[in-house]
Design a protein around this ligand. Sequence first.
Ligand SMILES: [Zn+2]
Length: 136
Amino acid sequence: MKKLTSNEELILTVEELYERCFYWQDILGLQVWEFEIKIVDGDDLHDSMADIVWVLSKRQAVIRILEAEAYRKKKFSVLQDMERSLVHELVHATFAGLLSNEQDSAMWIMEEQAVNTTTNALIKLQRKRWGDPLPC
Ligand SMILES: [Zn+2]
């Protein structure tokens, strides 16, 4: 895998996202979950880069990731990294049922911070492991 810096664009196809999803499901212990992944345009996601809606009792979820052109138009402060968005939503799934669905609550803000911290740590570890050149 190509080494990525912390703020480099990573645009993936739906097929590539499914591959990455299976990989991360295994790491996060989400193997029994069924994820549907969609790349959607800007109108569907409002101010988000991605989102997830789950049916906990069925361990099923739909993850929606903003398509590249719409992402660029929204002028987020970081370049798009679809794998990071995917992992962020999968980390939410690991907390499914525990946390708030009210997006304005203080609990939700803390959840977002915890999910971001965990996602960044996972991505950093994974890219450090697989992205570093092999020793000669
Ligand atoms: Zn989130």
